[in-house]
Design a protein around this ligand. Structure first.
Ligand SMILES: Nc1ncnc2c1ncn2[C@@H]1O[C@H](COP(=O)(O)OP(=O)(O)OP(=O)(O)O)[C@@H](O)[C@H]1O
Length: 417
């Protein structure tokens, strides 16, 4: 590998600018870290407030540096970080979480996002424990449920129109601001649809949550499309309606030879509610790689209508779910079709503030933050960051299909471009 820093040394002006920019843009100089929110697969997330006069709240995601044993290496920045940054810098929609900037400092990347006080998982927990119910058991009010799903489809339609598949929609990744506005987050596994799409479990280090995985993936499809996200929204809608995952299967792990296993239990959970699919439901099902594995399972009738009767108080709501749970991805409702669905046009209508009719005691609580880890977020020495920068720029270029140009939204890059 080329020593990027020595390259910079041959161009003292560039080196000076890069160093000046990085020091100037240090996380601590721009943001006051209020506390630690959560750790995800790729790093840790902190709540922060900008030090400027606006004092806006932010979530700062610090990516883990690469590690070989105990040694931190400078060989590159994780695929997931690059993917998330490359996609995020192109995106701007009210229902997709906004990336404000990216800071490279010390051995880490910091992505600064707009802050969202809640997420769908937290709302589910809140209502599970709450006393407020319309039907004797805890339930999210229909107006709230409908607003959340409508806004989620709005954000998803935007991503799909931009040829982006999210691929990991689940309650924890769908955020909500204190103003009741849904923000799709975590594009770490998102992909541009015109890039070749391998099965989710083959190339990626991290496996997508199985409960939201579409049947074509469980049946071993080699190619998949936007319909996988619409299936996931169906699962999320059902989970909001019932306050627990609708298809909560046990994941079969990779064997010692890393063969991708048939996810029998997950498929069974789906069959138990939606019934066993046949050629009529899904032309071409016989050609799916796991068709014979499915044939070995018991045969089930469709009982989605019964499932919905006690959980979704409208036939239109049932119909939307039925069409999101179409086995055949080509028959499954698209985000655009879903937004036009009659459920969203009947009362209660979806609103821009999903919480607008709730009293203060019905609102989900604020996100909890802890102080334990906050100090360790700060880089000790900003001096080693430069080695990352040029390589990072090259990797970004690879990820943006050779679009070239400067890296808008990236604090460190402009001086090097
Ligand atoms: N913009 C935000 N505002 C507030 N909290 C956030 C924000 N983004 C993420 N979080 C919180 O941090 C958690 C982890 O973030 P994120 O999902 O982006 O990380 P990840 O490493 O990709 O995690 P995972 O492995 O769960 O996919 C989220 O579940 C959420 O609780």
């Amino acid at each position: 590998m080329v020593d990027e820093w020595s390259l910079l040394q041959h161009d003292p002006m560039r080196a000076y600018r890069a160093k000046r920019d990085l020091n100037h843009q240090s996380v601590a100089s721009k943001y006051n870290i209020l506390g630690f929110i959560s750790s995800g697969t790729y790093g840790r997330v902190y709540k922060a407030q900008s030090r400027d006069e606006e004092g806006k709240l932010h979530a700062i995601k610090k990516f883990k540096p690469d590690k070989e044993g105990d040694v931190v290496t400078y060989t590159g920045i994780s695929q997931s970080a690059i993917r998330e940054i490359a996609l995020n810098r192109e995106i701007s929609h009210e229902n997709v979480v906004a990336l404000k900037e990216v800071i490279l400092e010390d051995k880490s990347i910091y992505m600064v996002f707009e802050y969202a006080e809640h997420d769908f998982l937290q709302v589910i927990h809140h209502y599970t424990q709450s006393m407020y119910s319309q039907s004797g058991r805890p339930q999210i009010p229909t107006a709230v449920l409908k607003s959340l799903i409508h806004q989620l489809f709005n954000g998803l339609l935007y991503l799909h129109n931009a040829h982006i598949l999210h691929r990991d929609l689940k309650p924890a990744n769908i955020l909500i601001t204190s103003a009741g506005v849904v923000k799709i987050g975590d594009l770490g596994l998102a992909r541009l649809t015109y890039q070749p799409l391998q099965p989710l479990f083959a190339g990626d280090k991290v496996v997508v949550t199985i409960w939201y995985r579409a049947p074509e993936l469980l049946m071993g499809a080699k190619h998949y499309n936007k319909a996988v996200d619409c299936w996931a929204v169906g699962c999320v809608m059902a989970e909001l309606a019932n306050l627990r995952p609708i298809f909560k299967g046990e994941e079969a792990k990779l064997d010692s030879k890393k063969n991708v296993p048939f996810q029998k239990d997950q498929l069974l959970k789906i069959l138990e509610v939606l019934g066993t699919p046949d050629e009529k439901d899904w032309p071409g099902i016989r050609d799916m790689p796991e068709y014979q594995s499915m044939k070995r399972l018991d045969i089930y009738p469709n009982r989605l209508y019964d499932w919905c009767r006690t959980r979704i108080s409208s036939n239109a709501g049932y119909d939307l779910l039925r069409q999101l749970f179409a086995y055949d991805p080509d028959k499954r409702l698209t985000a655009k079709e879903a937004l036009d669905h009659k459920w969203f046009h009947e009362d209660p209508k979806p609103s821009h503030n999903a919480f607008h009719n709730l009293g203060p005691s019905q609102l989900p609580p604020h996100r909890r933050i802890t102080q334990d880890d906050a100090p360790s977020m700060m880089p000790a020495q900003p001096s080693q960051a430069q080695a990352h920068v040029t390589q990072f720029s090259q990797q970004m270029q690879g990820h943006t299909q050779g679009s070239g140009g400067s890296f808008t939204g990236l604090s460190a890059a402009p001086a090097l471009c």
